[in-house]
Design a binder for this molecule. Sequence first.
Ligand code: NAD
Length: 311
Amino acid sequence: SLQNVGFIGLGNMGSRMVNNLIKAGYRVTVHDINRDVMKMFTEMGVSARGTPYEVAQDSEVVITMLPSSSHAMDVYTGTNGLLREGNAIRPALLIDSSTIDPQTTRKISLAVSNCNLKEKRENWEKPVMLDAPVSGGVLAAEAGTLTFMVGGPEEAYLAARPILQSMGTTSIYCGGSGNGSAAKICNNLAMAVSMLGTSEALALGQSLGISASTLTQVLNTSSGRCWSSDKYNPVPGVMKGVPSSRDYNGGFASKLMAKDLNLAAASAEEVGHKSTLISKAQEIYKNMCEDGHETEDFSCVFRHFYNGKDE
Ligand code: NAD
């Protein structure tokens, strides 16, 4: 069984995911370049290591939860990276949960499949990498209710499932390497565009004289209904407990949305896909960030882009 789990990237998401792994009884070893967060974990009695390489030496499984593609590449293939001893590494399973582009995922996966295992395992010739980005955000990470979308060999997915289940409620197998990343990028593209559509409709409604609460009630019982209208309404005062009701604090930062749209744009370009809405959404969220709203939740487009009014 895979009981020794290394975890790298203890930020907003990672730190909470680690807590759930520990609760589920895994023996966890952590690393982050941020010393303060490392200190927090050592004070809790969790073993911490100075480099990804050292984490790998102690782990049968390693999970990474890093900001973006370059960080993931570095943690895997850098000087003191997970794959430093490529001809004999300890972890059999490497799971990257960062939101990165499928092309980078596939490069890392190839590098992993070129490595060998230090200790042979039954039915397990080579180390395997899964891309397993998540949907759900910080609250779901805390509650252990994330959704994982997973790419890579199916047997490895099945072996990883108990570990994923300790941090999430749902995991969906999406196919070969990079397909988890692709799913994540496409999901966030749909979310970016539907948030803009919902905000535009609610702002236009107000200009036409219908309150956002009333129009939301209509949308949510009609064909305009979506997550942005019924779970994450962008108009302050329409819904309790969402970022719009606390001045767009917390939630999913505009800069992260802009980052994910950049990934969608780059991936679309690479495969020659026509991307009308990606470019438009990318432009809007980029402007939002440049106007100083980069740390606000992305639903702030309602106020700052559409100049919508509070309820
Ligand atoms: P974060 O910036 O809070 O955390 C990233 C952590 O990685 C930081 O603690 C940082 O110090 C560490 N790090 C950076 N480079 C490193 C390196 N080379 N070695 C070791 N540690 C390093 O980010 P987050 O909000 O936790 O998000 C992580 C990933 O999950 C991102 O790809 C993000 O897009 C994705 N994601 C985030 C959310 C969300 O709501 N925050 C939701 C779904 C997916």
